[in-house]
Design a protein around this ligand. Structure first.
Ligand code: HEM
Length: 458
């Protein structure tokens, strides 16, 4: 006998429509995970979705022999903007393999090593901007880091200096916000409303995203360079297996996909700043390590492997921020077999084609794995302690073949930016009683979090 999957009571006909806030879906899911534990389900307009929120169950459904990425809901909606790109391709679409084989080598650690100084340069520019604002200037870390992330993405991947750290926000930032918020909301709205009321917003955002990408292509074609960066690969490289390259439209799809993916990283760092403000011991240990490894000199790539406490701190930040809030899984279809899928050795049963969503806010803080799960402890994410953790609680970059292709880029950006900020800036919360509250669409970020930033004398 299997155990029924817990479900909030809901209301007749509409089911659990009001248990999930359409303006803050992931926060609602985090709250439900806190209440119901390892697994729960909701029914909205007759459709059932099952959520997994424990390390053990996440590990089980990350078994690629039984499960695969589910391309549904918001991921299907965002295909309006990026079609069958890496992030949005269905399992059966050959475009995924072609794109993966062409792009992955250009986001591998060896390829990114050549961009180390560009990451440092971007962080230096942001810190110089804050210095210009004067000691104790009030800033919103998320807004500042979103700009930094777009600047670093465009520079490292497309060789384009946007200079978007200052001045009016770059239109790409609003376009990403509008496109992803629409993609999240559309599956739960009547189609006619999507078309009549919100269609224009989605179209405008898509146009802005694609024109950002088209500008990158145009500029590179007008000013050819020797850079062998991702843009070069998108324009020139061929898939070693099929010999195929990208069409003009597919190049735009992938150029747009990367900043949407990378926009998760600033959400993590913004939360990380809060964790450091709240944990002066961790900040002191991080500074001690940075001072020991870097001394008074410039930050160099050779320093990175020695920054073991920073590595733990970045992982702990990824764990507690759940900046990428989750990902979707479905059972691999078994032709002719519609029997239920068993989970946890038969404790739970779901239909053969049931979509499952991993809620990382639950998984990453699973009390069965983490002692005092809400505490910020970089030590538990270092060396052997990290290796010993079960695989299911280390899924902040997703899983298997559909794991984040930008994870090495994200790692470099996080390690370099956090090292620079910890070394060079003192942060103080504007509201000392601020409690972390997050919202977001394809990623989640601290809401209304402001700090006073003072660049340190060195
Ligand atoms: C802290 C930063 C990041 C986190 C936590 C993160 C997390 C994730 C997760 C969980 C997935 C799996 C999504 C799914 O299964 O549907 C994913 C996929 C993806 N990410 Fe990231 N990501 C980050 C940064 C980046 C960056 C910097 C890029 C690009 C430079 C990027 C590009 C992508 C792409 C293209 C995919 C789809 C891969 C595929 O399906 O083959 N991400 N990411």
């Amino acid at each position: 006998m299997s155990t029924p999957i817990p479900q909030p009571p809901g209301i007749p006909l509409l089911g659990n429509l009001f248990d999930v806030d359409p303006n803050n879906t992931w926060w609602s899911l985090k709250t439900l995970a806190e209440k119901y534990g390892e697994i729960f389900q909701i029914k909205v307009l007759g459709k059932r979705i099952v959520f997994v929120a424990s390390g053990a169950l996440a590990e089980e459904i990350c078994d690629e022999k039984r499960f695969r990425k589910y391309v549904g809901g918001p991921i299907v909606e965002i295909r309006y903007a990026v079609h069958d790109s890496l992030f949005t391709a269905f399992d059966h679409e050959p475009s995924w393999g072609i794109a993966h084989r062409i792009i992955a080598p250009h986001l591998a650690p060896e390829a990114l090593a050549g961009h180390f100084d560009e990451f440092v340069q971007c962080a230096d520019e942001l810190i110089a901007k804050w210095q210009g604002l004067g000691a104790g200037a009030q800033i919103r870390p998320l807004d500042e880091l979103n700009r930094l992330n777009l600047e670093a993405t465009a520079l490292t991947l497309y060789g384009k200096k946007l200079n978007c750290l200052e001045g009016p926000a770059h239109p790409m930032l609003q376009a990403m916000e509008d496109a992803t918020s629409e993609a999240m909301k559309r599956p739960n709205r009547p189609k006619i409303l999507n078309w009549l009321v919100y269609g224009g917003k989605f179209k405008r955002a898509t146009r802005a995203l694609r024109s950002f990408a088209a500008d990158m292509v145009k500029e590179r074609k007008e000013h050819p360079t020797d850079r062998r960066d991702l843009l070069w690969a998108l324009l020139n490289a061929k898939d070693p297996e099929t010999g195929k390259g990208f069409t003009e439209s597919e190049i735009i799809d992938e150029i747009v996909t990367m900043p949407i993916g990378s926009s998760t990283a600033p959400c993590a760092i913004a939360a990380g700043i809060l964790f450091l403000i709240r944990n002066p011991d961790a900040l002191a240990k991080a500074r001690e390590e940075i001072d020991r490894v870097l001394g008074d000199g410039p930050f160099k790539r050779e320093h990175v492997p020695q920054l073991q406490y920073i590595a733990g701190l970045v992982r702990e930040t990824l764990r507690l921020s759940s900046a990428a809030p989750g990902f979707n899984i479905e059972p691999i279809p078994r032709p002719g077999d519609k029997s239920p899928v068993l989970l946890a050795g038969g404790k739970y049963q779901v239909p053969h084609n049931q979509a499952l969503i991993i809620v990382l806010a639950g998984v990453n803080r699973d009390p069965a794995v983490f002692d005092d799960p809400l505490a910020f402890r970089p030590e538990r994410m270092m060396g052997e302690a990290f290796e010993r953790l079960p695989a299911g609680v280390k899924k902040w970059f997703g899983n298997g073949k559909r794991e984040c292709i930008g994870k090495h880029w994200a790692w470099d950006f996080l390690v370099i930016t956090m090292t620079k900020l910890i070394r060079d800036v003192d942060f103080e919360a504007v509201d000392p009683s601020y409690q972390l509250k997050q919202d977001g669409w394809f990623n989640i970020r601290p809401i209304d979090f402001s700090v006073k930033a003072t660049v340190r004398a060195r």
